[in-house]
Design a protein around this ligand. Structure first.
Ligand SMILES: [Ca+2]
Length: 134
C-alpha cells in the first residue's frame, strides 16, 4: 500500500465514520413502552384510578354479598364494586358514630337509585348490610 492508497483509505474511512459512525456508535435498541396493568382490567396502571380493582362478579360489602352484579372497569379503571367500596370508606371516615355512617350510606345510595345506577331493592340490600356493620 503506497501513500496515495493510505490517504485514499483514510479519506474513505473518515467519510464512512462521518456517514455511518455516529449513528452506529449511538444506536440503541428502543423497546416498546412497558405496559403495566396490575389488576388486569384492561386499563394500564398509569391511567387507572383504581389500580387494584375488585373484579368480583358481585358487589361485596364487608364480605357480605349484595347480589348486585359488578361491572367491568369503566374508562377510569374502576368497577362498580370499587365505587361502592370508596363510598363505604368515605362514609366510615366522615362519620363520628354508627348512626352517621348509616345515614351517610343511605344518602349516597339514594343518589345512586335516583341516577338509576341501582334499583330500590339493591339500595335496601346495601342499607341493610351497612346497618349491621360494626
Ligand atoms: Ca382498575
Amino acid at each position: 500500500m503506497n501513500s496515495k492508497d493510505v490517504r485514499r483509505l483514510f479519506a474513505v474511512s473518515t467519510m464512512a465514520m462521518f456517514i455511518f459512525g455516529a449513528s452506529a456508535v449511538h444506536a440503541q435498541v428502543v423497546l416498546p413502552p412497558l405496559i403495566i396493568d396490575t389488576d388486569g382490567d384492561g386499563v394500564q396502571d398509569a391511567d387507572d384510578q383504581c389500580p387494584l380493582s375488585d373484579l368480583s362478579t358481585t358487589v361485596l360489602i364487608n364480605g357480605v354479598n349484595t347480589g348486585i352484579t359488578n361491572t367491568a372497569a369503566n374508562p377510569s379503571g374502576c368497577t362498580f364494586a370499587d365505587l361502592v367500596e370508596e363510598m363505604i370508606d368515605t362514609c366510615l371516615e366522615d362519620a363520628k358514630n354508627h348512626g352517621q355512617f348509616v345515614s351517610c350510606v343511605s344518602h349516597e345510595t339514594n343518589i345512586l337509585k335516583r341516577a338509576k345506577t341501582i334499583t330500590g331493592k339493591q339500595k335496601g340490600k346495601i342499607q341493610n348490610i351497612v346497618a349491621k356493620m360494626r
